[in-house]
Design a protein around this ligand. Structure first.
Ligand SMILES: [Zn+2]
Length: 252
């Protein structure tokens, strides 16, 4: 989910200044992995630990699958304790914020934010696992943003790729009959409207099937805009994609 919010930081702020902005003098704890500087509060220690355990290996794997080397500069990752802190870190405007927005990647500022479980008052294992996948989704965005910056490749391709690679596919809740056509999703540029159209669920499914049909190398050339997708798709693409992903789910 990309930040389109107000740029509260201005444009010419340096790295340290941005950390000051998040109140680094207060009780942030910092832990380093090879490619991430992770900041969290004592109250979020367990969640931060579980996140750190997964994120580095995932990042390196996604880089490999995208035929990229990890970048030299790492990324800051903030585990925000409250919605207010999350808004602060992401630069989202309060009016823009939606309840489902719990993770964010900002490739320009090289910053990731996640709202900690206590931010929603849900400390269950299931919710923690859900949040970790949200963070893997955001990590996928920062890697694929190097292939096609911004959402130039289309929201459906960018979000679908992140959903798919982060393990967030949800074919069980996809309808065999009442699904959005790819062309309908592909025309959507507003993230909230995209979500309302089922863009995350179906975008993930369509991308997963596309990867299957094309293989990763050709999929990446679609992502770069080097080959036109229209010619690859037949009329029944969507229903075949849904059937394929449901079958994948059955096989586990
Ligand atoms: Zn996203």
């Amino acid at each position: 989910m990309k930040a389109e919010g107000v740029d509260l930081l201005g444009t010419a702020v340096g790295h340290m200044k941005e950390k000051d902005f998040m109140g680094m003098d207060r009780e942030w704890i910092q832990r380093e992995t090879e490619n991430f500087h992770v900041f969290y509060r004592e109250a979020d220690r367990d969640f931060a630990g579980a996140l750190i355990e997964r994120i580095e290996a995932f990042y390196q794997d996604i880089c490999r699958r995208a035929y990229l080397e990890p970048e030299e500069d790492g990324y800051d990752l903030y585990v925000c304790g409250t919605v207010e802190e999350f808004l602060h870190g992401t630069g989202y405007a309060k009016e823009y914020y939606q309840d489902w927005m719990v993770g964010n990647a900002d490739s320009v500022r090289r910053r990731l934010c996640i709202l900690a479980p206590r931010g929603k008052g849900d400390l269950s294992q299931e919710y923690q696992e859900y949040l970790i996948k949200v963070m893997l989704h955001e990590v996928t965005h920062i890697v694929f943003n190097r292939i096609c910056p911004g959402n130039r490749c289309g929201l459906w391709l960018s979000e679908g790729t992140a959903v798919c690679l982060a393990g967030q596919l949800d074919p069980e809740h996809a309808s065999d009959r009442d699904y959005p056509r790819l062309a309908y999703l592909a025309g959507e540029t507003d993230p909230v409207a995209f979500a309302d159209k089922g863009g995350y669920t179906y975008g993930g499914i369509y991308v997963r099937y596309l990867m299957e049909l094309l293989g990763m190398e050709r999929f990446l050339s679609v992502y770069r805009g080097e080959c036109r997708l229209e010619e690859l798709l037949e009329n029944s693409f969507e229903s075949r994609a849904i059937a394929f992903c449901k079958e994948l789910q059955v096989r586990g």
